[in-house]
Design a protein around this ligand. Structure first.
Ligand code: BEZ
Ligand code: FE
Length: 300
């Protein structure tokens, strides 16, 4: 841009601000900043943002930062409820071709899951509806992946994670790190989780209230599955028919991740797997992409 061009532009216009990044050494950084400026300016112009609205936005972002601690990330929650976490996640992870879809990791994968033997119970007895969770980890050709790690974490039957109720459970309850057998199978005993609200006592909660949005996530179990030579998938299995399946506060539901958790009334099987009869059961097979994976398929 020469001097004459610059003079004809409004001071502080998107073009002038974008040009200020012309000497950025890192081309990717330049591209991101230029596009950010263009979209931000476009947004401000489009809605005709008032000074008082801009001051409110600055206050909101300041409060969001102040709400963050070592164990709470209000900016991630903001990104979650605006659908940005899911967008970033979707454009960066392969999908289709039978691969297991990924979804948001969420803020409750804070602590390491305890390594457990296949079949172990991750919940405490008598705390909810007993549930058998099992599945097989395979590659895209259906070959078993032995020795895959299956890291699981979930809310309890009341919709709370262990870290939200310090002292209530033994450490590692509702979490487990399993390793698939030679047949690629994993299984563990748990309880059916309940739907729950994302944290609403901060600025993001205020945003949800101001927009008459509910804060709930449908009931789900988190899984992060990893194996040498394969691409890690961070995902959930959602309980079919749970409330909020069609209106997840963080937009994390993908249809292929929803499963029935039918009631099994079979005393012999219950005894074999070590659960009270009747129990619920879900099967969730996981198909991992081989590494290195190409770029994610198109969004949407
Ligand atoms: C979760 O599923 O744990 C979660 C995800 C996003 C925001 C809050 C919670
Ligand atoms: Fe969750």
């Amino acid at each position: 841009m020469d001097q004459r061009d610059t003079d004809t532009l409004t001071a502080g216009s998107a073009e002038v601000v974008s040009a200020s990044f012309d000497r950025t050494a890192d081309p990717r950084l330049r591209r991101i900043l230029v596009s950010l400026v263009e979209h931000l300016h476009g947004f401000v112009s489009e809605v005709g943002l008032t000074e008082s609205e801009w001051a409110t936005a600055i206050r909101f972002l300041t409060d969001t930062g102040k709400t963050c601690t070592d164990t709470r990330q209000e900016f991630i929650l903001l990104s979650d409820v605006l659908g940005v976490s899911m967008l970033v996640e979707t454009i960066n992870n392969p999908s289709g071709g039978g691969l297991t879809s990924s979804t948001v990791e969420g803020p409750f994968h804070l602590v390491d899951s305890p390594p457990r033997e296949l079949g172990a119970a991750i919940s405490e007895d008598g705390q909810g509806e007993p549930c058998l969770v099992s599945g097989r980890v395979t590659d895209p050709d259906g070959r078993a992946v032995p020795g895959a790690t299956v890291d699981v974490w979930q809310a309890d039957a009341h919709g709370f994670y262990d870290v939200q109720q310090p002292g209530m459970y033994q450490e590692g309850t509702l979490r487990g790190l399993f390793r698939t057998g030679d047949d690629g199978e994993y299984w563990f005993r748990s309880v059916v989780p309940r739907f729950y609200p994302v944290p609403v006592d901060g600025p993001v909660g205020a945003l949800l209230r101001a927009t008459s949005r509910h804060p709930y996530r449908p009931a789900h179990i988190h899984l992060q599955v990893d194996a040498p030579g394969m691409r890690t998938v961070t995902t959930h299995v959602f309980v079919d028919h749970t409330p909020y399946l069609a209106s997840d506060a963080v937009f994390g539901v993908k249809e292929d991740l929803v499963r029935e958790f039918p009631v099994v009334d079979d005393a012999a099987r219950a005894a074999r797997v070590g659960l009270h009869n009747p129990f619920r059961a879900v099967r969730f097979d996981v198909v991992l992409a081989a590494e290195p994976a190409g770029p994610a398929s198109a969004v949407g």
